[in-house]
Design a protein around this ligand. Sequence first.
Ligand code: MCN
Length: 794
Amino acid sequence: MSVTQLVGAKIHRREDPRLVSGHGRYTDDLTRSGLVHAVFVRSPYAHARIKSIDVTDATKAPGVVAVLTARDFEGVILGPMGAAPGLAPDKKVPERFPLAKDEVHYQGDPVAMVVAETKAQAADAAQLIEVDYEQLPAVSDLEAALQPGSAKARSELPDNVCWDLTLVPWDATNDAFGKAEVVVKERIYQQRLAPVPMETRAVMAEWARFDGQLTVWMSTQNPHLIRLPMALTLGLGEHKVRVISHDVGGGFGSKIDPYPEDFLVAAAAKKLDRPVKWNETRTESMQNAYAGRGQYYDVEVAAKKDGTLLGMRVTQTLDVGGYAMGFCTFMVIALIVSGGAYKWPAISARSIGLFTNKVPTDAYRGAGRPEATHLVERMMDKLAAEIEMDPAELRRKNFVQPGEFPFTQNFGFVIDSGDYDKALTKAMELAGYQDLRERQAQLRSQGRYLGIGLSTWIELCGFGPAAAMAPATGGLGLTESSQIRFHPTGSVNVYVGTHSHGQGHDTTFSQIVADQLGVPYESVELHHGDTAEGPGFGFGTYGSRSLAVGGMAIYMSCQKIVEKAKKVAAHVLEAAEEDIVFDQGRFYVKGSPDKSKVMGEIAFASFGPLPPGLEQGLEATSYFDPPNLVWPFGTHLCVVEVDPDTGHVDIQKYVAVDDCGVIINPMIVDGQLHGGVAQAIGQALYEEMVYDDSGQLKSATFLDYAMPSANEIPEMVLDKTVTPSPTNAMGVKGIGEAGTIAASAAIINAICDALRPLGIDHVDMPATPDRLWKQIQEARSKAVSSDGSKGGAA
Ligand code: MCN
């Protein structure tokens, strides 16, 4: 491959041949000499007091090395698991020891650990452990958890409130609602979702007694962010803990925070002085992986009859689950971006986090931004219907305009750049919007229900700067690091603090390096996922930060290398450094482009004799501290037909026009969009974690938890606009969550648009055939034949 302009090229993912041919190195593929296996005993109850645990029979079972309860880890695990201050620093964080000591708070909470020579022996022995529980009243329903007198999810607390945070008081919108000519309201549910990565979690740990060194192999999105709490919790120096994460089969946010099992496997390896491995079963994953969403929003919008937005009031009620985990308050961000792409004179916002007896919630693809898009885009459609305005026109009327960037939005965040109308217009053109409206009218006259749904989304990602992030993280800055090392032959190793788990970084980051350094793409090798290699710290991959923050750290190291290489070139070409030109991988003296040296030759020379004061080698380390967030955006348009007799939704067309600034690899960007939209189709139409009133999970298998397959995902028409971010030298913005952020609103808006003739103006997710069929039957039975436009058309 040539040494020119790789950024922007549709290069196939270089990681795929290895991964799809079974040559990946996932944690469960690894082994160590003397390895033993762990299985966890978990609470069958959502809320119970542990009266006693009898391990006598289990200890004697064949192959058992140890049976461990919380007491056995005293002196090995030194402290409880922590939670970052996040966006609600005053939240209550009840202590969580990795194995429950006295009380369990969700079905699946680990209470004991069996370590045996084989996994089957550990599983058999786990059956022999007798735990005597006193069952306590449980609360699983979020709305019930808020009611006075509700059962308490945690016995030691006075109520279920984890936080109650007013971001902007109601008074701020008194004027807006006083002047309103029209007010639309809705309660919008965001059902709980299971993250369902292809690879479930896995941990293997080995303790080197004489070195005092712990090595942990695990499936994580951020090895350094695991090493830190691991070292603190086990009372080890960070220099004595190495976290290695080779290949990771997806995470979707659920592999950011550490889990109890991570600490327990590591602590058991240290305590028993044997390598220990644990691999989560699929059912365990459904039950224990930190869940997504689990919220509802009460939203009111005040507007004028001509569609001018005046104000919004929004209350977020969020299901924290049985413990407050690291990222639980991050979803407050939904309020911060609740205004979407529009200009609002005022927004009032409040967030309430509630404990329930369910697995904790945490980051899940989009984390707060899909919720924001869903609520604001649903409200735009409701308002448009109320004032009988075309939903596209209503959006256009209120968009932040291209000339208004950088734009300071209601919560004080500065949106870097955008052209919302351009993306909307392009999406409408690609879909044939006017024709679709005509077809809709025709079909309506035949009693058919075609709907067109728009979703104009914005996102904030690439979190920074460090000074702004540190209060939420507990002091760390969310910068990102890179290290680049040249070898004498001109090949390059690149080490990064991000950690690809499906996003194709090996390809896109190598494209950047090859372009910036002018070396062949094939001579660049990317390394990530090992805390013993490369820069001292990295924050990992989530929040669509890897390119906008990590890619920039790579870019910075490339710049440093070019600067150093120019000095070496000046020596080799016998010229002054100021006269050296670097262009597409070649160094030459100004005015003499024919007499040049390529980067590889300069790399070789950098290890030879150099003038005094010039150090050998060609390598650089950088930490990038982003000056601001980046704000991608776009418009998705979905066309559905709903069958009123079955409630089945047929997605007939899906168009997405997205803008993530300058694109490194269009094919990978499209792949991220495909996956993201598929995930949102899952939320909009199929998926839901269902618990009964006692907190028993009823959707713990794929028979009950309906993940969409390729059959349910439509062909997508994808296009782009390119509005570079002015906040970074490459002009890039993130794309990893965009599809998920945008799509649920487009789909549900389309369904509501289809069913509007029946008087249905809101539909909850997942819009399953059963739910829609019931709603259609109710609407039909209420229909008043005289009101043709709102109720009687069926
Ligand atoms: N990219 C590009 N040009 C741009 C923007 C991005 O070529 N302008 C490329 C990047 O170089 C990178 C990919 O697109 O290869 C995604 O980049 P980015 O938007 O920076 O997102 P991250 O790499 O940080 O990925 C995180 C994001 C999140 S938050 C979740 S959740 C998620 C996702 O990515 N989980 C995933 N995508 C996933 N994809 C897979 N297969 N599995 C998951 O678990």
